[in-house]
Design a protein around this ligand. Structure first.
Ligand SMILES: Nc1nc2c(c(=O)[nH]1)N[C@H]1C(S)=C(S)[C@@H](COP(=O)(O)O)O[C@H]1N2
Ligand SMILES: [Mo]
Length: 364
């Protein structure tokens, strides 16, 4: 048996094929935010979505070392105490997995089968990435920056540490931070303890957890997670386009009460305040529309105060619920002119599917 044969393969589900055992295994490890937890402006850490490609590695803050080397004037190495002396900043960031929405695609790419719950907002505290890189000094031949985590595994036959690359410009102009706290407490193991990168506005794959190394290189990074995995493609062999920033999305807190097994919603007739949150990694949210008739007619939601970062923005809508079955749907617009589609275009990896949420309710 070869590594290749023993590894999983990327494939599309057959027409009508239900969720596979492999997908169930991933879904049981990598959990989403329960949508009712959208009520919290800051997601309590246990309710924030989690995605881990391999295993959560065994890590120790007391002996942790972060190295910065490669095309730098002066290679540096920091323990946690030394890193804390480099500065301290807190940023509020809405993180979303690039695979959010994958399970809703037809045909379905077999991978972590997110519906639309792979999102969360936290306050991350750490030191700005740009300052750390500047402390090491950027050499003229530097082109990309490679971030390496302490976790290790195999993907489609390729053995690897989890690694992602950014261009020098992306790294220096991103407001990214190297964080040791989430919502004012040390990072939980599943979110990268003791140290992670947080890249505001970008899909989650860029925010490398269990960060142990930052290396500047003199060529474009062609590691697996940049060159193979996170690319928008129609065909398996095309080069495709790298996944970067978060496309706009709005989600409602499902109103009323759920049925246990089906999670169908029951709502009492009369005035109902629909609430939710909307975000985009490209620009602040400027408008959210709500439809209570399956997208036939749309009305503007009331927006909460704007924030000066790219974290999600709350919205609400007063609905007079009349008895019968209704399909609720919402769509977000951001300042860059991007509008959330009702039906997003399909791609092979199942990335960035920001198709509008639909919630069917029975009003009694
Ligand atoms: N080292 C490492 N970093 C990682 C990952 C990983 O598997 N290993 N997963 C990435 C992906 S795909 C996402 S969506 C985010 C999830 O971050 P969270 O679990 O803190 O929400 O972490 C990213 N950083
Ligand atoms: Mo992800």
């Amino acid at each position: 048996m070869t590594i290749e044969q023993f590894s999983g393969r990327g494939r599309l589900a057959d027409t009508g094929e239900g969720i596979t055992g492999d997908e169930l295994q991933l879904a049981a490890r990598n959990h989403g935010i329960p949508l009712e937890a959208l009520r919290y402006e800051l997601t309590p850490p246990g309710l924030h979505y989690v995605l881990v490609h391999y295993d959560i590695p065994a890590t120790n803050a007391a002996t942790w070392q972060l190295t910065i080397d490669g095309c730098v004037e002066q290679p540096l190495s920091f323990g946690l105490t030394e890193l804390r002396a480099m500065g301290r900043q807190t940023v509020r960031v809405t993180l979303e997995c690039a695979g959010n929405g994958r399970a809703g695609l037809q045909p379905r790419p077999i991978s972590q089968p997110w519906l639309m719950e792979a999102v969360g907002t936290a306050e991350w505290t750490g030191v700005p990435l740009a300052g750390l890189i500047r402390a090491a000094g950027i050499r003229k031949d530097a082109i990309d920056v490679v971030f390496t985590g302490a976790d290790h595994g195999f993907e489609r036959g390729v053995e690897q540490d989890y690694q992602r690359g950014l261009s020098i410009t992306e790294a220096m102009e991103s407001d990214a931070i190297v964080a040791w706290e989430m919502n004012g407490a040390p990072l939980p193991p599943q979110h990268g303890y003791p140290l992670r990168l947080v890249m505001p506005g970008w899909y989650g794959m860029a925010s490398v957890k269990w960060l142990r190394s930052i290396e500047l290189i003199d060529h474009e990074f062609t590691g697996y997670q940049n060159a193979v995995a996170y690319r928008i493609r129609q065909e398996p062999n095309e080069v495709g386009v790298g996944v970067t920033r978060i496309e706009p999305r709005a989600l409602l807190i499902p109103p009323g009460h759920p049925d246990f097994m089906s999670r169908h919603r029951f709502v009492t007739a009369g005035p109902v305040v629909l609430q939710g949150r909307a975000w985009s990694g490209w620009a602040p949210i400027e408008r959210v529309e709500v439809s209570v008739d399956a997208g036939v007619s749309w009305q503007d939601a009331k927006l909460d105060a704007e924030s000066n970062d790219l974290s999600w923005r709350g919205f609400s809508f007063d609905w007079d619920a009349v008895p019968g079955e209704h399909v609720l749907t919402v769509r977000a617009h951001d300042r860059s002119g991007r509008v959330q589609p009702i039906e997003a275009p399909w791609n092979r990896g199942g990335f960035a599917n920001n198709s509008a949420q639909r919630i069917t309710v029975l009003v009694l």
